[in-house]
Design a protein around this ligand. Structure first.
Ligand code: ATP
Ligand code: MG
Length: 627
């Protein structure tokens, strides 16, 4: 712990010296002489790292490993169908990436051009990202679960000239009509010149002559060598849209040098990555977690990274553990939504599979309630594997707050301590900095080199959203508590804090209390205006299979929350929900639940990132009836 604390202090007190040294974890074509150049003013925000250095992200993730570990598996792919797997070595990856890069180049793609990627979780997704990086083209990956409309919006916003998709995707035994969605999306994107189509299945799809190209036809005749484009450290690497939990998605722009250094360093330390580990991040590459911890972080470190096409519950809820067992996964990184879903299915699906290869368990995406944390730790990890709760955002690019395995003591539900170079600051509504034990709004005074540089096409929104409210600080939008040991506890988004009769309550805390009841599978809590109390508490509750939605249980849950937190936290309304509205990345969309609780069924806003609009329709019917 002392060594870690010392290194952390060094990273904050002498950032230039710290990062100048750490940045050597990647190869530079032209070494940088300047480390950081950050200017945060009221009207202009300029963040530059290693600004006069040049490098190539693809070279760092692929080429530089070919000599030392050419025969090591780089991408270990497990298909939707159990047992369907593919192992791509670093040498093979190099050939595949170069061929596609040459193919893209033959279509006129070069430095600065945008390429949209709408693919299932197949190796071609990572290969496409790397091929873009090789050419200096800016990729924008759109999650394969998004609708044609959501896809079109993102393609238009980033202005892609070329798109990459597949005829269809396969997930949980079902097919997803990706090419069909792409065709629909492209109707409103006439500027897209070419559509590259991977044949994931044997199905035939509609074809637009002159625009559509088969992936295999494109790469088949291409050379397996392709000189990388040497990029300035501050040249864009990708644009990625946030999940849209709080509003219209933002096109977050990340650049090359700082982002890659932050990926490599955090992947190594936060997961205690060592040579020989089999690293599996279950996220989709359509999310930042997939960018940083399936592709860029692990590959920059020469790791074997697992890519899984399917879902945790198909064909059975043992699927994750079977994959861990089959491939000897040592580090496993998933989201609370998946943990809760599997917890709901019962321990036997975990217990019957050997998990002895596992060493470290990670979590990301939402606050992990202590109940789920303990289940993950005790049942999945058999009490052996530290649970690493990692707090960060699409905007921060890489992990900001997390324990370091074997170093930081663990507290269920706390993301623990800031990572190197990260300086969290808690402030109150008026912007006063809070010291010591405190609860407030989480800002970052420093976030290291991986932080976003702007919102693509909307620099004003960038400043407005993150830098206007508290001058000199990056505002995260999340609430947070710091305890007596200096540990950080994320309490949820600011908007999710409710004020009942002058008491501020984090929705996460009430949700945690509800979920601790044995009948409850999942819960989401929001406030609604109340003439007397300021705000009332509305809980949406999903019960475990076999539990009855009775009035008696409702009362029992109210009492249960009262006993755990206090009478003030008792829900005024408990509404049964067969499912909760979630973003495609698995986060509960509380802004929609807020509207429902207020009875404003007609004002739900942008729902393009919802998994299943049917869930909202069902909840809205109840809201309407109540009105
Ligand atoms: P949008 O910004 O469009 O509303 P989003 O915030 O859901 O979407 P992401 O960047 O994917 O998009 O999510 C980051 C947010 O997720 C964080 O700000 C935080 O609210 C939540 N989060 C992520 N990891 C954790 C964690 N370990 N503990 C608590 N909250 C987390
Ligand atoms: Mg956000």
């Amino acid at each position: 712990m002392d060594a870690f604390t010392q290194m952390y202090r060094h990273s904050i007190e002498e950032p230039d010296a710290f990062w100048a040294k750490q940045a050597l974890c990647v190869d530079w074509q032209v070494p940088f002489t300047r480390v950081r150049n950050i200017d945060i003013g009221p009207d202009i925000v300029s963040i530059k790292w290693f600004a006069d250095g040049t490098l190539n992200a693809c070279h760092n993730c692929v080429d530089r490993h070919v000599d030392a570990r050419g025969d090591q598996v780089a991408i270990l792919w497990e298909g939707d169908e159990p047992g369907l797997a593919e192992r791509i070595t670093y040498r093979e990856l190099h050939g595949a990436v170069c061929r596609l890069a040459n193919g893209l180049r033959s279509l006129g793609i070069g430095k600065g051009d945008r390429v949209a990627i709408y693919l299932p979780m197949i190796p071609e997704a990572a290969i496409s990202m790397l091929a873009c990086a090789r050419l200096g083209a800016v990729h924008s990956v759109v999650f394969g679960g998004f609708s044609a409309e959501a896809l079109a919006g993102r393609i238009r916003d980033c202005g892609a000239r070329v798109v990459v998709t597949a005829n269809e995707g396969v997930r949980g035994g079902r097919t997803i009509p990706l090419k069909h969605n792409m065709d629909k999306a492209l109707e409103s994107c006439p500027f897209v010149e070419k559509c590259i189509v991977v044949g994931r299945t044997a199905s035939q799809v509609d074809w637009v002559e002159g625009r559509d190209i088969r992936y295999l036809d494109l790469v088949d005749t291409m050379n397996a060598e392709c000189e990388p484009e040497w990029m300035n450290a501050e040249d864009p690497l990708f644009i990625l849209y946030t999940s849209g939990s709080t509003g219209k998605p933002k096109g977050v722009l990340h650049t090359t040098g700082g982002y890659l250094v932050a990926c490599a360093l955090s992947h190594r330390h936060v997961f205690d990555y060592r040579d020989g580990d089999i690293f599996w991040c279950t996220a989709d590459v359509g999310w930042v977690t997939g960018h940083s911890y399936i592709v860029y972080g692990p590959l920059a470190n020469g790791a074997t990274t697992v890519m899984f096409e399917g879902i945790p519950t198909w064909p059975t809820p043992s699927r994750f553990w079977e994959i861990c067992d089959r491939h000897g996964v040592t580090i496993f990184y998933t989201a609370p939504t998946a943990i809760r879903a599997l917890m709901r299915e019962g321990d036997e699906h975990v217990m019957r599979i050997d998990r002895s290869s596992l060493r470290i368990l990670g979590s990301v995406g939402e606050p992990i309630n202590p109940e789920a944390w303990r289940w993950y730790f005790e049942v999945v990890g058999e009490g052996r594997c530290p649970v690493i709760d990692t707090w960060w955002q699409t905007e921060t690019g890489t992990i900001m707050i997390a324990p370091v395995p074997g170093v930081t003591p663990l507290k269920p539900g706390s993301a623990a301590l800031p990572f190197f170079g990260v300086e969290p600051v808690l402030v109150d509504d008026a912007g006063r900095v809070l010291e010591g034990v405190a609860e407030g709004l989480l800002c970052l005074r420093d976030a290291g080199p991986g932080i976003m540089r702007t919102i693509h096409g909307d620099p004003a929104r960038f400043i407005e959203t993150y830098f206007r409210r508290f001058p000199g600080l990056y505002f995260t939008g999340d609430g947070c508590r710091r305890d007596e040991d200096g540990f950080y506890w994320i309490t949820g988004r600011i908007d999710d804090v409710i004020n009942v009769s002058g008491h501020r309550l984090g929705t996460a805390e009430i949700e945690g209390a509800l979920v601790a009841h044995q009948a409850v599978a999942e819960a989401a809590v929001v406030g609604y205006p109340d003439a007397v109390k300021g705000q009332g508490i509305h809980a949406f509750v999903t019960l475990k299979a076999g539990e009855g939605e009775t009035e008696a249980l409702r009362q029992e849950l109210r009492d249960f929350v009262r006993r755990q937190i206090g009478a003030i936290a008792q829900p005024d309304v408990i509404q049964w929900a067969t499912a909760l509205p979630k973003t495609r990345s698995g986060k509960i969309m509380r802004r929609i639940l807020r509207k429902l609780a207020e009875g404003k069924v007609e004002e739900l806003g942008d729902v393009s990132t919802l998994v299943d609009p049917g869930v909202v329709a069902a909840l809205a019917d109840v809201a309407r009836a109540r009105k």
